[in-house]
Design a binder for this molecule. Structure first.
Ligand code: COA
Length: 633
């Protein structure tokens, strides 16, 4: 589904998508065992197998939970979405930057001066408003699946959350609030962050939206106001970069004051945040831009020029470092890409609207958001800043453009590009650590009502057999055997993908069973306390395909301390990989992983080429001996 084909515009309600299924219990349990066996030692696996069999036995706990889950499916539009949202995002206490919020990195822009950067920002805001108008008018074309099982319409719900969501921090769990009512009488506004100050930019004046020139003029006023050192307030945005519980505590302290409550209310109800960033002073390579987008470069750079709870933050750096930071809970990267591409195409494609804009209204200056600080809050700002700094220092990022081949070569081998890349990632990982680990690949389930994602467990037994044959030092495996194993691994991966996108993967199902037990106040079933289950949910490799049709790329951080984040963007003749890990972990290194991945991709290509050459030779040979010459030459 990654590259979305646009079709005729349709109202979102005109298509009724099926409900996501609940897979048969036995099927999930069998698949679970198959997924973990080769990643677990023999003794532990024996234990796990016995626990799983007991759970799935006729009349066992599994059957009770399955029945309840089937009833839940009847009663809800999507039986898993709430469970999944809480488990994946809202219950997670880690800081949003790096750990949760993915980013889109735009190509480096060249701005002659501040005014040029503001012109870009004004155009970007106009693009955002046009895109929002399409959404509000329900005029966005329905997406249709591409790739595997192409052609079915996809659920559009996520788009309606782009500009209407806010993630509130909570002491135990966060809350995602979505205001679906577009008919609000509130004037619409954007929050502009500049020099760690926040400003309200009303985008409607006298019932008419601001044009590009008017927005530019407002941005100029903001920049001037932000530059006034005497009026500068402490960098409150940094609190939102902290752990969720810490930020929730700080927010409680903040809301004791009416001024702060008013400022929070304006931020929480905005359409999006636009961050006008100071130059970072760093060389704007891909990797550096990715880092700056992920964490703003910390307290000393633009780390506090953010409000991480808000779903969309468009960043315009005065040095040309631009992109989008996304709070992940309301929507997936694919929807973020659609929005980002629309805005980028608007910026680069539309003729400058400035010249034609004859009516420029004299507008009141945007308002600076005020904050009341006290020694306690000052202390909190300092510790949040320290923690962000640690995250900044810890992130080891490597953006790697593999230029030797892309999707077209893989397709020419009659293999699924996504499955091929996943197998290559497994090979890369195995080369680094001599083992395979629990791997997550996001699979879209937007074919179903309110569908989000499930997990493709890419570390398949077939992938293990393949990577072993490729790395065997005794060189015991002939090319024909390696190729067979490659094809087996790619087939296994493709089959898992098809199962996942049709709602038959195991992760959501197991989560549903676990949550049902909790709702029934049952003791946590043994299967979920088992060491194997716990380990199988530590995704040391967290991967995702996020393809783009405009020059830009997506990246994110690892999801566990000893893991890698690996986001990839396959293009016809190259593939962009964004590999992340943590410096504090001695087992991981993004550069080492990238090197191994590069080697692996080359070795697989060589294997395919050698095998094709051998097959051609064989065919020619058999033609030569088997067929009589027609001519007498
Ligand atoms: N031979 C030749 N071509 C093949 C092939 C084969 N054996 N198998 C597939 N292809 C082609 C497909 O037809 C498709 O062609 P297209 O580019 O013309 O559409 C292309 O290769 C890509 O298909 P494939 O690589 O198999 O994968 P996919 O596009 O179906 O993607 C997933 C698989 C899992 C990535 C996708 O289903 C998905 O779920 N994407 C969403 C991921 C997501 O949510 N990311 C964001 C998370 S925040």
């Amino acid at each position: 589904m990654p590259i979305l084909k646009k079709e005729m515009s349709r109202d979102r309600d005109s298509q009724v998508l099926p409900k996501v299924p609940v897979p048969p219990l036995k099927q999930t349990l069998d698949t679970y065992l198959k997924c973990v066996q080769h990643l677990t030692n023999e003794e532990q696996f024996k234990k796990t197998k016995a626990i799983v069999e007991k759970f799935g036995a006729p009349g066992g706990v599994g059957e009770v939970l399955q029945k309840k889950l089937l009833q839940r499916r009847e009663k809800t539009a999507n039986w898993v979405s709430d469970y999944w949202l809480e488990d994946m995002y809202l219950n997670n206490r880690l800081a949003l930057p790096v750990n949760s919020s993915p980013v889109m990195v735009f190509p480096k822009q060249t701005f002659r001066d501040h005014k040029d950067a503001l012109r870009f920002a004004a155009r970007l805001i106009r693009g955002v408003l046009d895109y929002k108008a399409l959404i509000d008018a329900r005029a966005l074309p329905v997406d249709f699946a591409r790739g595997q099982l192409a052609g079915t319409p996809l659920c559009m719900e996520q788009y309606y959350r782009l500009f209407t969501s806010y993630r509130y921090p909570g002491l135990k769990t966060d809350t995602l609030k979505v205001h679906m009512n577009g008919a609000s009488s509130e004037p619409e506004h954007i929050i502009v962050a500049c020099k760690n100050q926040f400003f309200v930019l009303d985008v409607v004046a006298n019932s008419k939206q601001l044009n590009e020139t008017e927005i530019l003029s407002q941005l100029e006023k903001i920049m001037k106001m932000a530059g006034n050192a005497e009026e500068r307030l402490p960098p409150f945005g940094i609190l939102t970069s902290d752990g969720r519980t810490e930020w929730a505590q700080a927010r409680e302290a903040l809301t004791k004051d009416q001024t702060n409550r008013d400022s929070l209310a304006l931020i929480e109800s905005c359409l999006c945040v636009v961050c006008l960033d100071e130059p970072s002073g760093l060389e704007p390579r891909d990797t550096t831009r990715a880092l700056l987008m992920l964490h703003g470069g910390g307290r000393e750079k633009n780390g506090a020029n953010r409000w991480y709870d808000k779903s969309l933050q468009f960043v315009v750096g005065l040095d040309g470092v631009c992109g989008v930071v996304c709070e992940h809970s309301p929507f997936e990267g694919i929807v973020l890409v659609q929005c980002s591409e629309f805005v980028m195409k608007y910026i680069t494609g539309s003729p400058c609207k400035m010249a034609g804009a004859t009516s420029v209204r004299e507008l009141p200056a945007p308002r600076r958001l005020l904050w009341k600080c006290n020694p306690h809050l000052h202390g909190l700002l300092a510790v949040s800043g320290d923690r962000l700094q640690r995250l900044v220092n810890n992130l080891d990022m490597d953006v790697f453009k593999f230029k030797v081949y892309g999707k077209e070569f893989i397709k020419s081998q009659k293999m699924s590009p996504d499955a091929f890349i996943q197998v290559a990632l497994q090979l890369g990982f195995y080369k680094c650590s001599g083992r395979l680990v629990s791997t997550y690949e996001s699979a879209s389930i937007r074919r179903f009502q309110e569908g989000r994602v499930d997990n493709i467990r890419s570390a398949t037994p077939e992938a293990l057999a393949f990577v072993k044959s490729m790395t065997d030092e005794r060189a015991t495996f002939a090319d024909s055997e390696k190729l067979k194993r490659l094809r087996d691994a790619i087939n296994a991966q493709t089959n898992y993908t098809i199962a996942a996108i049709t709602g038959m993967a195991i992760d959501n199902h197991l989560l549903g069973l676990l949550r049902t037990a909790k709702e029934l106040n049952m003791e946590k079933p043994e299967i979920f306390c088992d060491e194997t289950y716990v380990a199988s949910n530590q995704f040391i490799l967290s991967t995702s395909q996020v393809p783009t049709t405009v020059e830009m790329f997506c990246c994110y951080g690892p999801v566990v301390p000893n893991g890698y984040g690996a986001c990839y963007n396959p293009q016809s003749d190259h593939i962009i990989f964004c590999v992340s890990s943590f410096w504090e972990n001695t087992e991981t290194s993004s550069a080492v992983f990238v090197k191994a991945l590069n080697e692996g991709l080359l070795e697989i290509r060589d294997l395919c080429n050698r095998s094709s050459a051998a097959a051609t030779k064989l065919a020619e040979g058999s033609q030569g001996t088997g067929q009589p010459h027609k001519s007498g030459k």
